[in-house]
Every structure is written in structure tokens, then in C-alpha cells.
Ligand binder design. Structure first.
Ligand SMILES: Cc1cc2nc3c(=O)[nH]c(=O)nc-3n(C[C@H](O)[C@H](O)[C@H](O)COP(=O)(O)OP(=O)(O)OC[C@H]3O[C@@H](n4cnc5c(N)ncnc54)[C@H](O)[C@@H]3O)c2cc1C
Length: 354
């Protein structure tokens, strides 16, 4: 008794399998049944563009081998017949004639499924919200002791903290104007020029203009110290900003490097740490805290593990700020509207800085 191979799909793959099987075994040894739900076999889909472009006359020219040619080689080809069920345990398939509606079962010894594939179409979903820079001002709210924190916008032209952190009162003046006041080393002059966050933290914002002559972020730090205030500097990115250099030379200033928890962003971390090590000292790096902000919910775990494993021993701590919709929306940041998890993360950061 001969074996039977059933092939589902009668185009390139299915008919190639049928032809090869027939080459290997005669009709007496092997029965070959092919189900093809379409009207054609062995048609060249690759040739469709040539047909559309007028280089070939019509669809008939795309057929490499006709059903009659296959049948002449003892291949039982059933066009317009669809396989609608496979009974693996019973080694049989159920077929249905698309024009006749007739159904039946046929058994197989071997089964070839050559039904083609459907291309994956990338979904064009709207981009997820992305959390932006965290508010270090908020972290300072629970700072213990008598020293009141002031966040200084130490970027070149207006950082996130100054733009989004002042949810209670926008900055009424600028860092430059404050430096031009009669006594920048007094708490009242800082209060008069700064904005305020809902945590009570003050924010000194800057404009793109240069600082007044003989002033630098180093002298800003000294003025704040004289006023009995704690300066927290938002140096923006990149970390190599020349404005931050005087601060990095001061061993009393701790460095927080905030990076988006994304592979492309963390790839820049190692060169930045190497640059700090080369231009300042290993102590700057060893004392730094890396803050990874999760920008898409649940997307950061691998990135954070990677940073902890590869860079964790270089720095004092690696702290994760979880995704927080309030950070992601882009409006003013209020400490009280952050989730408890986010607030905890900032307090952990604060603990790492002490
Ligand atoms: C426009 C175009 C241009 C292309 N150009 C190239 C090229 O230049 N180079 C290249 O290498 N490739 C090209 N390809 C791809 C190539 O055509 C395919 O890789 C090839 O056709 C795949 O053959 P296949 O037999 O695996 O699947 P298909 O050609 O998809 O055949 C599957 C067959 O199974 C039948 N079938 C499905 N389900 C059932 C069922 N339940 N019962 C019965 N029958 C069923 C279908 O009717 C179909 O005839 C092109 C494709 C297209 C569309």
C-alpha cells in the first residue's frame, strides 16, 4: 500500500514540495494530494510588479507550471479547495470546496503546510508619555537641619527645574539680576529674586545672558553659603558643561547625574564618567550618584540592572526614579501630586547624597 502526502497550499513552497516528492517517489509508491484554495498554482508573486508595470502581458505569464502540467505528473491537485481543519491525532485534514460547498476528510501519512505568511505591519501607536527631568527641588523638601535649599538653574539658558519646578510662584527675577543686587549674600535678596515650589524650596532661574563679571557658579555657591542657604545646582546636560566645572572642582559639592533609563542615554554614561575622572578626579566620580528616570512605564528594569552591574561600583549609588505620569505630562511639577513611590525614590536620593 502506497503512502500519502497531503500538501496545503499550491504555490511556490507547496508545489516545490510536491515536485520534489514526485521526483523521489513514483505514483505507485507515493500519492500526492495538494489543496489550493486559489485559482492558480506555481504563480510568481515576484512577477506581479512586472505585470503591473506592463513588462509582462498578463497574469498567465506569471504561472511557472499549470495545474494540468502538475496533474500530468500524477499530482492530485485540487484547486478552489480549502483545508479548514487539521486533526493531528487522527492524521487527517478536513477540506471544503469553495465553489461547491462540499466537505470531506482525507487521511495523510505526511503533511506539508505551505500556506504562506502574512507580513507584520508595524503598529503606528501614539508615542507613550515620557517622563522628563526630575525635580531635585522636591527631593530637598525633607532635608533635615537648618539649612534651607535653593535650586540654582546652572544651565546655559533655562533648565527644567526653573521652568517646571516653580508651581507656587514663578521666578520674579533672574540669577544674573540677583548677583547684581547690593547684597547677594543675604537670604532676603535670594527670597526676593527667586521662584518657589510647593515644597517651599526656592529656585533661582537664569536667562541665556552671561553671568556678571567676576561671578561664576563657584561664587554663587559662596554667596548662598554666606546667606545660610544650601545651593542645589541643576547643570542640565551635557554633564561636561563648562559652567559646572568650578563646582566640580569643589570637593564639598556632590554630583548627581540624571539620565533617562533608555539604552541610548545610558550608553553615554560611561564616557561621561571617564571624562569626569580624567578632568577632575576619581573622587568626583566615586562620590557621584546616578539617577535613572524611567520614561515609559515598566520599561527600565533591564537598563537599570545593566547600569547597576557595570557602573554601580564606580559611583556612590544608583537610584531609580519610577515612571510618574505627573512628571511625564510636561506641566509644572508639584511634590504633592507625585506618586508615593516617586516621592520615596527622591527621599532615597536625598539619603544617598547625605
Ligand atoms: C509583489 C511581490 C513581489 C515579490 N518579489 C519577490 C522577489 O523579488 N524575490 C523573492 O524572493 N520573493 C519575492 N516575493 C515573495 C515570494 O513571492 C514569496 O516568498 C513566495 O510566494 C512564498 O511562497 P509560499 O508558497 O511559501 O507562499 P504563498 O505564495 O503565499 O502561497 C501560499 C498558498 O497557500 C494557499 N493557502 C493558504 N491557506 C490555505 C488553506 N487553508 N487551504 C488551501 N490553500 C491555502 C494560498 O492560496 C496560496 O496560494 C514577492 C511577493 C510579492 C507579493
Amino acid at each position: 500500500m502506497s503512502e500519502r502526502v497531503v500538501i496545503i497550499g499550491g504555490d511556490a513552497a507547496g508545489m516545490a514540495a510536491a515536485s520534489q516528492a514526485r521526483r523521489l517517489k513514483s505514483a505507485g509508491e507515493l500519492e500526492i494530494v495538494v489543496f489550493e484554495r486559489g485559482h492558480f498554482t506555481s504563480y510568481s508573486a515576484c512577477g506581479i510588479p512586472y505585470w503591473v508595470g506592463g513588462d509582462v502581458d498578463g497574469p498567465d505569464a506569471l504561472i511557472a507550471r499549470t495545474p494540468a502540467e502538475h496533474r500530468a505528473r500524477d499530482i492530485d491537485l485540487r484547486l478552489r479547495t480549502e483545508v479548514v481543519e487539521i486533526d493531528v491525532a487522527g492524521r487527517r485534514v478536513r477540506f471544503r470546496g469553495l465553489d461547491t460547498g462540499l466537505e470531506g476528510w482525507i487521511g495523510y501519512d505526511k503533511l506539508v503546510i505551505a500556506t504562506g505568511a502574512t507580513p507584520i505591519r508595524p503598529l503606528r501607536a501614539p508615542p507613550p508619555p515620557r517622563a522628563r527631568a526630575p525635580p531635585p527641588a522636591a527631593a530637598a523638601v525633607d532635608s533635615e537641619g537648618d539649612v534651607w535649599p535653593v535650586v540654582v538653574d546652572a544651565t546655559l539658558g533655562g533648565g527644567d527645574v526653573a521652568l517646571r519646578g516653580c508651581d507656587t510662584a514663578a521666578p520674579v527675577s533672574s540669577l544674573q539680576k540677583w548677583l547684581g543686587t547690593a547684597d547677594p549674600g543675604s537670604a532676603s535678596s535670594v527670597g526676593a529674586c527667586s521662584g518657589q515650589t510647593s515644597t517651599g524650596v526656592r529656585v533661582l532661574a537664569r536667562t541665556p545672558d552671561p553671568l556678571p563679571r567676576r561671578e561664576s557658579l563657584f561664587s554663587v555657591a559662596r554667596h548662598l553659603e554666606t546667606a545660610g542657604l544650601l545651593g542645589v545646582f541643576d547643570a542640565g546636560a551635557p554633564v561636561t558643561s563648562r559652567l559646572a566645572a568650578p563646582l566640580l572642582s569643589d570637593p564639598r559639592v556632590g554630583l548627581v547625574i540624571t539620565v533617562a533609563a533608555r539604552p541610548d542615554a545610558i550608553n553615554r554614561l560611561q564616557p561621561a564618567l571617564a571624562w569626569l575622572d580624567e578632568n577632575f578626579s576619581e573622587f568626583v566620580v566615586g562620590d557621584a550618584v546616578i539617577v535613572l528616570t524611567e520614561q515609559v512605564p515598566g520599561a527600565a528594569a533591564t537598563v537599570i540592572d545593566h547600569v547597576r552591574t557595570h557602573l554601580g561600583s564606580w559611583v556612590r549609588a544608583v537610584v531609580q526614579i519610577p515612571f510618574d505620569l505627573h512628571l511625564a505630562t510636561g506641566g509644572p511639577i508639584s511634590w504633592h501630586r507625585l506618586t508615593a513611590e516617586t516621592r520615596d525614590a527622591y527621599l532615597t536620593l536625598l539619603g544617598a547624597l547625605r
